[in-house]
Write a protein that binds this ligand. Structure first.
Ligand SMILES: Cc1cc2nc3c(=O)[nH]c(=O)nc-3n(C[C@H](O)[C@H](O)[C@H](O)COP(=O)(O)OP(=O)(O)OC[C@H]3O[C@@H](n4cnc5c(N)ncnc54)[C@H](O)[C@@H]3O)c2cc1C
Length: 501
């Protein structure tokens, strides 16, 4: 008889595990509380405009390709991948604009134009970080379940390159003297919801990866990835039930035996995989816990949250696909966010103008725009309902001054605002911390919640809350590691072997 796997949540983590395990012959059922698949990598529409809810930048599409290949299919048969050039437009507080590219010649020309003394430093950065990437990459791809796993060859080989006593900004100062150049290579920590002045130095690898392999866009939005994962799963006979929330994990002593749905149905299964946000799941679905008690969860450090404004415009702007707009108070705001103080409407804004490279998201002559401002998570107890309209106005005032969209207010046909409160209650995201637990070294590898649950046997975790962490490439890896652990456990061999899948 085929073994039954129940997956809680149809985010990219849950769907990636669903496609791998259904391909491997398991009887997979996914329960998703939302009315469509994708979780934070889902989509919504406002009239004829189509929006990605969360992710808009895809780095390392090769990891997603690997995931699909391990599931017996070719990603390119499901989605159209476009590499963007330039990567993005960076607009610094003094008005300087920098357009980096994964084409080295173009970036070198840009650096010559703006920061001529940094050209050699840039080439040195790429060369050194490539060497470092080759040694560190593998240690993100194995499970950490015991302290002795730090003795795995993958980790030992990476260790000398980790630069563990340094922060990302500290490391960049060794390469670049120009502060704008440092910023251009460090703001990417915002992708994991951290400050460049606090994130571990290993995360210089994000900017290296962008400059080396580029940033991808999927025609129709990144939500197409999760739609494709659902299609592959269903193609192998996996079942996905949307609008079906899980109330509790069923257990016999310390073993997961299935789930209790909100509608009262009990579903027995051999294995349970949690894709719902880690801290939310621990406090709401698991029941009595030994390690991740409510007190323990409160002690952890969580990422920032996001204020997102989605606009449907009856105009197209000739502006880059991705735009990052820095204010003079960027560093102060990063500190304030980390210390859950006041949000700033002027420190930083990410603007996605996807219609410039994708005509499928809005009617002809019109466009969508996605504006994200990092803000503190809900530990800050901000009354977002009371301030959201005013904050929205200030964000628009700020970007109108700095981006070439001065008349944007005249062209808004539809709009939607999502605040940290919506992330917490709409997506069951603990404290609205959209990039999960912070990626401090004391919350990574063995110190991050394990892929095999530490609370219940026959229970596993996928998604941004487990190893290796947040972001789509990491999430794909988490699902590969976790699926492999399930298969190994099922075969009665608990030792980890990456070759199995
Ligand atoms: C605004 C924003 C921007 C981002 N930008 C990027 C980016 O550009 N690039 C990138 O790589 N990453 C980005 N991320 C980070 C990350 O890739 C996404 O958040 C990703 O969707 C996380 O995937 P996940 O599978 O861990 O969780 P989720 O996508 O949150 O999926 C979990 C699912 O579980 C469901 N669920 C919760 N509770 C229950 C329950 N009780 N019963 C049933 N179902 C339940 C939820 O509804 C959800 O569908 C961004 C995130 C956000 C929020």
């Amino acid at each position: 008889m085929r073994k039954k796997v129940t997956i809680i949540g149809a985010g990219p983590g849950g769907l990636a595990a669903a496609m791998l395990l259904s391909y491997k012959g398991y009887d997979v059922t996914v329960y998703e509380k939302g009315n469509s698949v994708g979780g934070r990598t889902g989509r919504f529409t406002l009239d004829d405009y189509i929006f990605d809810i969360g992710p808009t930048l895809l780095i390392m599409p090769q990891y997603v390709e690997e995931l699909f290949a391990l599931s017996g299919v070719n990603l390119k048969d499901y989605v159209e991948i476009k590499m963007l050039d330039p990567l993005y437009r960076l607009r610094f507080a003094d008005g300087t604009e920098f357009f980096p590219s994964s084409n080295e010649k173009k970036t070198v020309a840009e650096i010559k134009r703006l920061f001529p003394r940094e050209v050699d430093n840039y080439l040195r950065f790429k060369q050194h970080e490539h060497y470092r990437f080759n040694r560190i990459e593998h240690c993100f791809k194995v499970a950490y379940e015991k302290m002795s796993d730090f003795l795995k060859p993958q980790f030992l080989e990476a260790l000398p390159q980790m630069d563990i006593l340094n922060t990302l900004n500290g490391r960049l100062k060794k390469y670049f003297s120009d502060e704008k150049m440092q910023l251009a290579m460090s703001f990417q920590t915002k992708y994991i919801g951290m400050s460049p002045w606090r994130a571990p130095s290993a995360y210089t690898l994000i900017s290296f990866i962008e400059h080396k392999w580029g940033i991808a866009h999927i025609t129709g939005g990144l939500n197409k990835l999760t739609l494709a994962m659902a299609k592959v799963t269903e193609g192998y006979g996996g079942k996905i039930h949307t609008s079906t929330a899980v109330r509790q994990i069923l257990r016999k002593n310390r073993k997961a035996t299935g789930v209790l749905l909100e509608n009262g149905d009990k579903v027995e299964s051999d294995y349970v995989v949690i894709n719902a946000d880690f801290a939310y799941a621990m406090s709401n679905l698991v029941g009595e816990r030994r390690k991740y008690t409510d007190t323990n969860l409160q002690k952890h450090d969580y990422s920032c949250s996001a204020f997102v404004l989605y606009l449907g415009l009856n105009k197209q702007y000739d502006m880059a696909h991705h735009n990052l707009i820095f204010g003079y108070d960027f560093k102060k705001s990063m500190d304030d966010i980390a210390m859950t103080k006041k949000p700033s409407s002027t420190a930083f804004a990410y603007i996605q103008n996807p219609s410039v490279s994708d005509s499928t998201l809005a009617p002809s002559g019109k466009s969508t725009m996605y504006i994200l401002v990092p803000v503190p998570n809900n530990k800050a107890a901000i009354d977002w309902e009371a301030i959201k309209q005013d904050f929205r106005d200030k964000v628009l005032d700020n970007i109108c001054k700095k981006a070439e969209i001065k008349d944007i207010r005249d062209h808004i046909e539809v709009e939607k605002i999502v605040t940290p409160i919506d992330w917490e209650y709409g997506f069951n995201t603990f404290k609205g911390a959209v990039f999960n637990l912070s990626h401090n070294l004391n919350q990574m590898f063995y110190f991050r919640p394990h892929n095999r649950s530490e609370e219940l046997s026959n229970c596993y975790i996928v998604g941004g809350g487990t190893h290796p962490g947040s972001g789509l490439p990491n999430i794909c890896i988490s699902s590969i590691i976790t699926s492999e652990l399930i298969i190994r456990d099922d075969l009665g061999n608990r030792s980890f072997n990456r070759k199995l899948l």
